[in-house]
Design a protein around this ligand. Structure first.
Ligand code: NAG
Length: 671
């Protein structure tokens, strides 16, 4: 890594662009066809890496079609903010399209790759997009992307996929060329699309005259993306499952009925939202809400597709009637999810899939025994209330982490398979991926990807004098990544997933120090709150009341750990300092006190403003009253703002948080 950093100092390429291409190269399995590309360091612009075009130091074009690439595109392409052309067509990426894509891209070609799953919502945030080619894949489901925000999109190729639903979302685009051949679109071709260059054979369109627009059709005008949810704005969509419009032959009465039910549902939802908002202290809301729309975080909320499409190959999904694409745009970051919302849930009953397929490999006990050298203590890498974790090395050299679930934690093996099925559906870059499982001979094992850098706990508390302390930037990045993981569990998964055991030991760090939250979906195995840990919210300690709000509290405790470098509970300290929350919270709003609390390992290298904003977020999360804690989407927003501001003065950071002398922004740092 150091070599990478140093060698890029004199390079022509922007260091972020260069390292993002390094990551892309690794994700694409370091393909040999990518001549001159390297896994670390290097100078894409200066060394003319294959397919890379630059302008100044920034990468503007990536054109790597037809190179037989496999692997995946990784999860960091959204850092390539100057890329306007991205063509990776005619390869074999055959996976889901990641939602991290170059945000300012104008030409995006992902054609002919065997992509499956749904469209990432992030595409609707790429407002510069003019040309989009997704043809010849196996993309499924409705066009859930809010295409009507893409006001420059003139060329759209969706042919030869498995799109369902209607074309209504495309009606108001400035399209000139549209090919939707050989999909499973239904309904009517909107009149607006009649005059353009349209190819539409091979679908199941209704040939009769188009009915009046179905209720909830996206309005012709550009929606105001910055709206608040309290008013009417959210209500037209809040019904969520409205499925009337795409069915043929709906009578006027039925439409009226749908309109009424959508309004009623909307009113109920609005009532709960208003009720919740009114309980929050106005100051808190102002603090977190006066922030402009930040696409970065909103994309995360859209990561809804794996839950809905990963099993689309099952016969059941194929037979499902096409539904109108009117899922409420999950962009509504103000949506709150606490107990009230749970009680409001029956409006849209969550589908409980019982015999859901398991999206993970089944291992035999024998395999795992060999891979762990019979669960040798030498391979023991962790131990928690649920079980021990071992490092495992497979025949092909691949290293994995195997969690051996204590039999006392499980009541029977059917439950175990249910749990496995749940976890296998979680899919988020900051959630540790389940690779496989084993349920044999009374053994219950979970096999996860392995992360080299161990846990945040080890990093913060078990480091020796030789290890490099985490920089402030890395700490913020870890907080943001894990906040996104929790946001995904709480607000994207339906029904919400409560983690119940959120702590620094469950935050694993990869080589680039990206966080991956482990033990997600294992809440049913957590029986007793670990009183002494210091992570439990008061209502958990007192009454065992786990909610998503108690996760938010534990998240605040981890942020405190990041800020102070202290353990949440440390009996080696003086009595009044043993409980981190009790000691730290009264001082969070005092700048002088903060600078004394901050982790000494940082050596004073942190921007003061960033520190105090970080502390503000902590103060909200660790409030004793669960209902006052912010939903994770608001925490994500606050951290994104913090990162954006830090990036604005990035030059003062140097590569890893080292302030340079003579920099104009140096006053942002402590002396
Ligand atoms: C879409 O991309 C594929 C693969 O690069 C290409 O063959 C096809 O011509 C493109 N479609 C159009 C019309 O640009």
């Amino acid at each position: 890594m150091l070599i990478g950093i140093f060698s890029s100092v004199n390079a022509a390429t922007d260091p972020t662009d260069a390292s993002t291409l390094n990551t892309l190269y690794t994700s694409l399995n370091s393909a040999q066809q990518l001549t001159r590309w390297t896994a670390s360091g290097g100078d894409p612009c200066g060394e003319s890496w294959r397919g890379i075009t630059c302008s100044g130091s920034r990468v503007t074009e990536i054109a790597i079609p037809g190179l037989g690439l496999n692997g995946n595109m990784g999860f960091t392409l959204d850092k390539l903010t100057s890329v306007t052309t991205f063509d990776i067509s005619n390869n074999n990426l055959g996976n889901q399209i990641p939602y991290q894509l170059p945000p300012n891209v104008q030409r995006l070609n992902l054609a002919n790759n065997g992509f499956s799953g749904g469209l990432p919502y992030s595409i609707s945030l790429m407002t510069s997009l003019r040309y989009l080619n997704l043809s010849h894949n196996q993309i499924q489901g409705q066009v859930t992307v809010q295409f009507n925000t893409l006001t420059s999109l003139s060329t759209l190729y969706l042919q030869n996929n498995q799109f369902t639903g209607t074309l209504d979302v495309l009606a108001n685009l400035p399209l000139q060329n549209l090919n939707i051949e050989n999909n499973r679109f239904t309904g009517w071709i909107p009149n607006q699309l009649r005059g353009i260059n349209l190819q539409s054979n091979g679908n199941s369109f209704n040939s009769g005259p188009a009915p009046p627009p179905p209720p909830g059709t996206p309005p012709a005008t550009r929606p105001n993306r910055n709206h608040r949810s309290g008013g009417n704005n959210g209500s037209s969509n809040s019904g969520g499952t409205g499925d009337g419009g795409s069915k043929s032959g709906i009578g006027g009465g039925a439409i009226a009925g749908i309109v009424i039910s959508v309004l009623v549902v909307g009113a109920i939802v609005a009532f709960f939202i208003i009720k919740r908002r009114s309980r929050k202290s106005p100051a808190d809301i102002e603090k977190l809400d006066n922030q402009p729309f930040a696409p970065l975080a909103t994309q995360e909320v859209q990561e809804i597709k794996p839950l809905q499409t990963s099993f689309a190959t099952s016969a059941k999904t194929f037979e499902a009637p096409p539904m109108l694409n009117l899922r409420p745009p999950p962009m509504d970051r103000h949506k709150s999810f606490d107990e009230d919302d749970v009680s409001a849930k029956p409006i849209v009953p969550p589908k409980k899939v019982n015999t859901a397929p398991i999206n993970a490999k089944s291992f035999s006990v024998a395999d795992l025994q060999i891979a762990t050298d019979s669960f040798n203590v030498e391979n023991l890498i962790g131990e928690g209330s649920i079980g021990r974790v071992y490092r495992a090395q497979l025949d092909d050299g691949k290293v994995l982490a195997v969690k051996k679930v204590n039999s006392s934690a499980l009541s029977n093996s059917e439950d175990f398979l249910d749990i496995v099925s749940e976890i296998s559906r979680l899919n988020h870059p900051n959630v540790t991926e389940l690779v496989g499982y084993c349920s044999e001979h009374g053994q219950h094992l979970l096999v996860y990807e392995f992360h080299k850098n161990g846990s945040l706990h080890e990093f913060l508390h078990l480091s020796d004098e030789f290890s490099k302390p985490l920089t402030w930037n890395s700490r913020v990045k870890i907080a943001l990544g894990t906040a996104r993981a929790l946001e995904y569990l709480h607000e994207v998964c339906s029904p919400s997933v409560i983690h119940k055991n959120f702590k620094s030991a469950n935050i694993l760090l990869d080589v680039e120090l990206n966080p991956h939250l482990s033990d997600c979906g294992l809440a049913s195995l957590v029986h007793e709150p670990d009183q002494a840990s210091g992570y439990s919210a008061p209502e958990v300690t007192m009454a065992g009341q786990y909610t998503i709000n108690s996760d938010v509290y534990s998240f605040g405790v981890v942020m405190l750990e990041l800020l102070t470098g202290r353990k949440p509970f440390d009996d080696s300290r003086p009595r009044n300092e043993q409980s981190l929350v009790r000691w730290a919270t009264p001082q969070l709003h005092d700048i002088d006190a903060l600078s004394k609390m901050v982790d000494p390992a940082l050596n004073g290298l942190y921007p003061v403003k960033s520190l105090s904003r970080f502390a503000d977020v902590i103060a909200l999360c660790v409030q004793p009253e669960p209902e006052f804690r912010p939903p994770m989407s608001e925490v994500v927003q606050a951290l994104v703002r913090l990162v954006q501001r830090a990036n604005m003065s990035k030059r003062t950071f140097g590569s890893e948080g080292t302030p340079r002398a003579n920099s104009g922004d140096a006053d942002d740092y402590t002396p």
